[in-house]
Design a protein around this ligand. Structure first.
Ligand code: XIL
Length: 337
């Protein structure tokens, strides 16, 4: 049967997954890499390109992990997405930020550090990374306001961070898709989505160079038809985003089965149902470019640590089980294409 790479390509899209270096990671598991080779025409760095991985100190870059992943994609002749040039959740910056001296002109130093980072990392992978998450999670999920970050505090506003970051990325990488990436808080009211919309509208109005919204798609299963989200509200959000002229990318798809029944057949069936409903809706949008899962095999999935099940059972958030066999979620993804 055709692979997910072939099926997605048939729709002019790409299917892919996050990959990761380090001890016990997906990159050291050749069975996992074989799944990537067979099923994917794009991959994304799960952690290796984040500030905490790449900037051990203010004057140092560590490209080892990122280079390994990007070289793998080149060798396999598949696309690669960069994640992420900025993660505006302040707990995600290296600890040296806590005591960093921004000097007599903090705005100027913040702009220097920001543009240096984006132009250096961007240029390193010029022609090898075709899509970058330029900014990740700049909106407070609770109230939709901008988050506070070391950069927004020193530059005076999150708008300044967004504009400088995207303009630097465009100047460095004129042919790369530039993405704002967020999780949009499924099922907890409209504040988070309204905040993301305000962010995007502001960027378009100010002429900041952005190409797409990255829809993380960590789908919380167990409440309501779309994991608790109001389907009409979700469609209205997507309509507003695409009306701005932006493309959509599913950047981090998985199913959070924290509250689904323990029985595996029942659970896998429900996970497949959520997948069918969600991807069916998303694929109605011709602006949808790529679908990437945040991992392919259960035991490597971040979902094992994020909101674990109270019964201690392994979560089944990804399309392959620990024996590298496709689950019903896999079939649902294939059918959606
Ligand atoms: C997660 C990784 O999967 C974990 O390994 C890491 O410990 C923390 O980050 N939204 C994002 C991703 O944008 O960067 C996060 O990835 C998952 C949620």
């Amino acid at each position: 049967s055709p692979s997910l790479a072939e099926l997605s390509a048939g729709k002019g899209m790409r299917f892919g997954t996050a990959i990761n270096t380090g001890t016990g990671s997906t990159f050291n598991d050749n069975n996992y890499l074989n799944l990537v080779r067979e099923e994917c025409n794009v991959a994304v760095a799960e952690n290796d390109l984040k500030w905490q991985a790449i900037r051990p100190s203010p004057d140092m870059f560590t490209f080892t992990g990122g280079d390994a992943l990007v070289n793998f994609a080149q060798t396999e002749n598949i696309g690669f997405r960069g994640h992420t040039l900025l993660w505006e959740d302040e707990t995600r910056y290296p600890s040296w930020f806590d005591t960093y001296d921004f000097g007599a002109d903090p705005a100027m130093e913040a702009e220097r550090l920001l543009t240096e980072h984006i132009s250096t990392v961007g240029a390193r992978y010029q022609g090898q990374i075709d899509s970058w998450d330029v900014v990740n999670e700049a909106v407070n999920p609770g109230n939709g306001a901008y988050r506070s970050s070391p950069f927004s505090r020193n530059l005076g506003s999150m708008e300044a961070v967004l504009d400088i970051a995207f303009q630097t990325a465009r100047d460095t990488l004129p042919n790369t898709q530039l993405v704002y990436n967020d999780f949009m808080s499924w099922g907890t009211g409209n504040a988070h989505r309204d905040g993301v919309l305000t962010l995007l509208e502001g960027m378009i109005t100010r002429g900041a160079p952005i190409d797409a919204l990255g829809v993380q798609s960590h789908i919380f299963a167990g409440t309501g038809n779309f994991g608790g989200i109001d389907e009409a509200a979700w469609r209205s959000f997507l309509n507003d985003v695409t009306s701005l002229g932006l493309d959509l990318v599913i950047t981090e798809f998985d199913i959070n089965d924290q509250n689904l029944p323990a029985d595996i057949a029942t659970r896998d069936g429900l996970i497949a149902d959520y997948t069918t409903a969600y991807l069916g809706l998303m694929l109605e949008y011709s602006q949808l470019r790529d679908v990437l899962c945040w991992g392919l095999v259960h035991r490597y999935s971040w979902m094992q640590n994020f909101q674990p099940r109270s019964d201690g059972l392994q979560k089944r958030s990804t399309p392959f089980d620990d024996s590298y066999q496709p689950t019903p979620m896999y079939d649902a993804i294939a059918a959606a294409f």
